[in-house]
Design a protein around this ligand. Sequence first.
Ligand SMILES: *[C@@H]1O[C@H](CO)[C@@H](O)[C@H](O)[C@H]1NC(C)=O
Ligand SMILES: CC(=O)N[C@H]1CO[C@H](CO)[C@@H](O)[C@@H]1O
Length: 391
Amino acid sequence: MKLLSFASLTVSVALSTSVFAQSPVWGQCGGIGWTGPTTCAAGSGCVVSNPYFSQCLPGSTSSTSSGGAAPTSGAGTCSGTRTKFKYFGVNQSGAEFGNNVIPGTLGKDYTWPDPNSISFFIQQGFNFFRLPFLLERLCPPATGITGAFNAQYLGNLTATVNEITNQGGYVAIEPHNFLIYNGATLTNPSDFQTFWKNLATQFKSNSHVIFDLMNEPYQPTAQVVFQMMQAGVNGVRSSGATGQLILVEGTSYTGAWTWTSSGNAAAFAALKDPNNNVAVEMHQYLDSDGSGTSATCVSNTIGAQRLADATAWLKSTGLKGFLGEMGAGSNTACIQAVFGALCSMQQAGGVWIGMSWWAAGPWWADYFQSIEPPNGAAIASILPQALKPFL
Ligand SMILES: *[C@@H]1O[C@H](CO)[C@@H](O)[C@H](O)[C@H]1NC(C)=O
Ligand SMILES: CC(=O)N[C@H]1CO[C@H](CO)[C@@H](O)[C@@H]1O
């Protein structure tokens, strides 16, 4: 369906979801971009062929959606058996801003999320927030990452964590440092293990806190990054924080589309958590170079395409995946591409346990991926058409 305007879109959606519409035997009943009927004529059932095509086959019973009715919006219909995300929400950006000013001044160089923004997403039905912070502000360079935490920054981090978890949300705290601290690459697993033991100690009694060990490493090899992440997992668990989810990230900006070519697939297959509650976090943008800096998406199917290899790897290893960052422009191709990406994730048999949009935050202004209420660019169409259908 060609999207002409928001108003015509709303009308088409209302028509396509009419309870009377049925596809004939052998007719299409679903797939990315499909906006026609999703139920089948008597004697046939809707069977998923692939993410792009479901068909009414005679004598078949429809594959049922474990997540309720098939998600449908102006961006398409997601038919077939789905597993909902356990964790679903947005990044809440701000405390990592101004990373060229250390420690920086609160309110000038960096900020903390707006409590109203957190409440907005909770009320919409989301339950997950990824909360970036800056390592140099938490651990002043004078004493290093194994030294004492800055009390005020830790206090602000803790207040934001509590703001989220008091409303029933989950929060992933993550050093937004690309595995670089005070100008130098972090490569000492023992220090990283100590850092995570110390930080997890602060939050081990809050079951809704998730430990996201490091944002987007890109300099070291996959094997070096894997060793750091494994040390971080061990550090968290040695604090006594045994019940909470841990997220690890790979090299090459933890990109899903490069998961194999970067060496991450080979290295991270060996990941071990003594408490068996770890997931591999990946990021995926939909513009030509995958950086999330352009509002133009490669195609309306690029989301599902770029995730397919990672999904297959997750299935083959038995590890769980978490799409910690996805962002795109608010145009027809991108909205459909995001819808298709989330559809393919929920159709993957539960290997993807979570997803969060990049990004909310009070200081994004007119950034094309901002989902900060009330007027962030992604609020008007990405939110209702490509994210909320998958709640
Ligand atoms: C951050 O800490 C400062 C100093 O303790 C405090 O005045 C401010 O209200 C805190 N802000 C948040 C969001 O916790
Ligand atoms: C695509 C995108 O916005 N990526 C951002 C992830 O976060 C870092 C730090 O805030 C930014 O530098 C990236 O541009």
